[in-house]
Write a protein that binds this ligand. Structure first.
Ligand code: HGY
Ligand code: MN
Ligand code: MN
Length: 419
């Protein structure tokens, strides 16, 4: 099991090499001592340099599109052939692990490399998406939305904490946001496949290497801001307060209570920022975030509705104003049965035990599914750990995924529709 500090000896198996490469990319970070890489930050240039070299060595023609996605095309046996897209993301959450997203890109390059120049009846395009986590601009999936052709002016105009827009960030990276439309996939698309760590405990608990994803939970993300009256902590009577931080604290427990009481729902207040943030001042304002998810669209919408009702009632009771700004309303997404079947046949051929499962984590596959047949293969997350430096992956699971990937290409090659 490879953790960030346990780089296996050079010259090991292909799987070990994949892990080494993920750990090498982990060193390209905004914050020394952590793995932190947000949308088109400077370390992404060094990631592109490494990935470009690996893609070229695997026989791919590389490019970087206007969204900062790095793309490698492995030509088919014939021109005008359909194209299989295999991708994942190269950005990270703050203080991340080395494998969330990155593994899917590096593993795809190794899969193409393992063909050894053999041409298939379809082309393969490997894509390292520039942004999936939504850390810098509060909205995820910028890279895959560019591939899908769904980036709009609203997204390009979103600003980060420093007031820079997505378009500014693209220009600063040396790219042209007006060319974002050119990033949309053009070739006849055979489908989209994503390899990704599970990021949860299910496979590890069952002692399984691989999981085939049938659905990805929907998620709503919102900024919920409380505005009360700042005041002196020593002289303001308790009954006379409109304490924004106390209101936010009650909100956090409302969120936890709703998720605990609702089967299949998860909900998180991941950030809480109280202002002015002094020990002896009653908080006048408190900005919080909400991340709430369910695999059932109706259950998700109903839970969001209940939380909106309860937070407004609570704020009124406390004499505090509350604003709710939804940043993302992503419905649950089913994977495509035909491609899931192809993947199932492939996993069966490599003799790995079979498990179909849903994903609580969001993925670029949910952006691609409305546009082309889409499937995902999970690799075990030891301890279920992710979005954390101890995120790990097992060498034998990477080997199993590579084997399943080769069988996937074989099954697709045998499929007359894949021409
Ligand atoms: O937050 C997520 O679901 C994913 O890791 N971006
Ligand atoms: Mn993630
Ligand atoms: Mn991810």
């Amino acid at each position: 099991m490879a953790r960030r500090s346990q780089i296996t000896a050079p010259g090991g198996s292909v799987a070990a090499h994949v892990i080494e490469r993920c750990l090498a990319l982990a060193r390209h970070t905004e914050t020394e001592g952590t793995i932190t890489r947000t949308f088109l930050s400077e370390p992404m240039r060094r990631v592109h340099a490494d990935v470009e070299a690996w893609m070229t060595a695997a026989g791919m023609r590389t490019s970087i599109d206007a969204a900062g996605n790095i793309r490698g095309v492995y030509a088919a046996a014939t021109a005008q052939a359909p194209r299989l897209f295999i991708g994942s993301h190269l950005d990270t959450v703050p203080d991340a692990g080395a494998f969330d997203g990155i593994l899917g890109v590096v593993l795809a390059i190794a899969l193409v490399d393992s063909l050894g120049g053999r041409r298939l009846p379809f082309a393969i395009e490997v894509i390292g998406f520039s942004e999936e986590e939504g850390v810098r601009f509060g909205v995820p999936f910028i890279g895959s939305r560019a591939l899908a052709g769904t980036v709009d002016e609203d997204l390009l105009g979103r600003v980060d904490a420093d007031g820079h827009s997505v378009a500014d960030a693209i220009r600063h990276f040396g790219l042209d946001p007006s060319a974002i439309g050119d990033a949309r996939y053009a070739a006849p698309a055979l489908g989209y496949l994503e390899f990704h760590i599970e990021q949860g405990p299910v496979l590890d608990h069952l002692g399984l290497s691989l999981g085939i994803v049938h659905a990805i939970a929907g998620q709503t993300r919102a900024d919920v801001t409380f505005t009360g009256s700042p005041g002196h902590a020593g002289t303001t009577p308790m009954a006379a307060r409109a304490d924004a931080l106390a209101a936010a604290a009650e909100w956090v427990l409302q969120v936890e209570g709703e998720a605990t009481a609702t089967p299949g729902l998860v909900a998180t207040v991941g950030r809480l920022h109280a202002m002015p943030g002094a020990t002896n001042v009653i908080a006048g304002q408190c900005v919080t975030t909400l991340d709430i998810r369910h695999t059932d669209e109706t259950a998700l919408a109903e839970a969001v509705g209940r939380l909106q009702n309860s937070v407004y009632q609570m704020a009124t009771r406390r004499g505090v104003e509350v604003t709710w700004h939804t940043r993302l309303g992503q419905p649950p997404v089913q994977m495509t049965a035909s491609l899931v079947d192809t993947l199932t046949q492939a996993v069966r051929r490599c003799g790995a035990p079979m498990l179909q499962m849903s994903s609580g984590a969001g993925h670029d596959a949910m952006v691609m599914a409305p546009h082309m047949p889409t499937a995902m293969l999970f690799l075990r997350s030891p301890g279920g750990i992710s979005h954390h430096p101890d995120e790990a992956v097992r060498e034998e699971d990477v080997a199993a995924a590579l084997s399943a990937g080769r069988h996937f290409l074989d099954v697709l090659t045998e499929d007359p529709h894949a021409r």
